[in-house]
Write a protein of this length. Structure first.
Length: 84
């Protein structure tokens, strides 16, 4: 899906093409809402930031183990129609 995906150089929030990439290193680990720390490793995310509006997206490389961990420990958000 490219709509709103800042990895393609356009901001899905404001439409500008001032997207920059950096890395974000999580300090506390990935966790579910209201729970303690899930992992001891510090995940590294590709961070995409729009210099025009500040909209930010984080993306991480997933292996099968991390995908399974996410499915078991985090709250799933079912697909919804847009509110607009």
């Amino acid at each position: 899906m490219t709509h709103g995906d800042m990895r393609y150089g356009h901001c899905g929030a404001c439409g500008e093409d001032e997207v920059y990439r950096g890395e974000y290193v999580a300090q506390a680990g990935l966790r579910g809402p209201g729970t303690g720390k899930l992992g001891a490793k510090q995940p590294v995310f590709d961070a995409y930031v729009c210099a025009a509006c500040g909209n930010t997206q984080l993306h991480m490389q997933l292996d099968a183990k991390m995908s399974s961990h996410i499915r078991q420990k985090l709250a799933w958000i079912p697909p919804q129609q847009s509110m607009g």
